[in-house]
Design a protein around this ligand. Structure first.
Ligand code: HEM
Length: 122
């Protein structure tokens, strides 16, 4: 599969992930709980499939760029960001008071992931 295809897959995953996190955050800010979320299954599926597409697309990109054996530091940092964005959905439900700050923090984290992928600093 081509670099372009993996990139499209990667970005599709990013959109799904960010969309689902945004939905859960707004729900939590409005006083909603996991149980009261009427789109709970849909959000969890979007979040999970998004994460898988990011991972699959990301490693496909690394392979196409010939960087799998090198595995640069920025790609390790991206995996840590990926893990954080995967785990944080539970935190939002458990600590709704953190939802507002997470809204801004997660945007910054996603921008950092994009920066690392685009500039490949180290
Ligand atoms: C498993 C973790 C990840 C890996 C291995 C990975 C890998 C990559 C690679 C290799 C590129 C460079 C593509 C190129 O130069 O053609 C890239 C670009 C990018 N990544 Fe990731 N990534 C990961 C996670 C993430 C996450 C969590 C986000 C955002 C939430 C993200 C957003 C982006 C964006 C926006 C680009 C720019 C796409 C472009 O070049 O047009 N990545 N990623």
């Amino acid at each position: 599969m081509s670099l372009e295809f993996y990139k499209l897959l990667h970005l599709t995953g990013v959109f799904m992930l960010i969309f689902s996190l945004g939905g859960v955050i707004v729900h939590a800010i409005n006083g909603g709980t996991k149980q009261s979320n009427k789109f709970r299954k849909g959000i969890m599926a979007t979040h999970g499939i998004g994460l898988l597409l990011i991972l699959f697309g990301g490693f496909g990109l690394l392979a196409r760029l010939g960087l799998v054996s090198e595995f640069p530091m920025w790609s390790v940092a991206k995996i840590l960001i990926w893990l954080t964005l995967g785990g944080v959905i539970g935190v939002i439900y458990r600590k709704p008071a953190s939802a507002r700050s997470l809204w801004f923090f997660l945007i910054m984290l996603a921008v950092l992931a994009a920066f690392l992928g685009i500039y490949k600093p180290v």
